[in-house]
Design a protein around this ligand. Structure first.
Ligand code: CA
Length: 233
């Protein structure tokens, strides 16, 4: 298997089905991450940036619909939804969830692999690099001077707020969990909790909003964390 093999995230709570899908996908040359509930799915999307998600509709906890919506808010990663009832598909199509394809259970794993390949062929490769080029980014970070500005106006930030902002801006569109933010933007000897991160984010937003009132650039992603992105208007 090559290092460039595409990664499929299999979200399926029925272990036997998940195992069979996994075997077939591995045999077809894909890498596979397997999770059994919606919360874990959202985490895996953020951490592993899969090339395609095979998403079961009925999941314990956060269901497939919610996972699909959350993922779509931030990513164009292809999603194939699996449902147990064929009549469900019409309803799902009507909801315009943004899934790329639907398969109905019981399915043959061979058919699913064929659908995965078809969807991947159809989808243009996501141009992550160009998005990170910062074309529309309005926040400038001056690492040397430890200063940040928005639209040319300097932001008056505490050192912690600066590190936090620098981290988020370094990868536009990428979601950082609170745990990652704590690890990457805070000193080891700072004894802080998730709630401290939230309050620092709040302060950052307030300071940015003061200079750029119509620009929301730090976004909360439910159940996952925060991302920086300047959205086209
Ligand atoms: Ca299920």
């Amino acid at each position: 298997m090559s290092d460039h093999a595409q990664r499929i995230l299999v979200v399926e709570d029925e272990r036997s089905i998940a195992g069979i899908l996994r075997d077939y996908l591995l045999r077809a040359g894909f890498r596979v991450t397997q999770v059994g509930d919606g919360q874990a799915a959202l985490r895996a999307v953020a951490e592993e940036e899969p090339d395609l998600i095979l998403l079961d509709l009925m999941l314990p906890g956060v269901d497939g619909l919610t996972v699909c919506r959350e993922v779509r808010q931030r990513s164009a990663v292809p999603i194939i939804m699996a449902t147990a009832r064929v009549e469900e598909i019409d309803r799902l199509l009507g909801m315009e969830l943004g899934a790329d394809d639907y398969v109905c259970k019981p399915f043959s794993p061979r058919e699913v692999v064929a659908r995965v390949k078809a969807v991947l062929r159809r989808v243009q490769p996501v141009a992550r690099e160009s998005r990170e080029g910062g074309g529309g980014a309005t926040i400038e970070i001056d690492k040397g001077a430890q200063r940040a500005s928005v639209g040319g106006q300097r932001l008056d930030l505490t050192p912690t707020e600066f590190r936090l902002l620098r981290l988020l801006v370094s990868h536009p569109g990428r979601i950082y969990s609170r745990a990652q933010i704590l690890e990457l933007a805070y000193d080891d000897d700072q004894d802080v909790s998730d709630r401290v991160v939230d309050s620092h984010i709040k302060n950052l937003r307030r300071k940015i909003a003061r200079l750029a009132p119509d620009q929301e650039v730090i976004h909360s992603v439910y159940g996952m964390g925060y991302r920086y992105e300047v959205e086209g208007r």
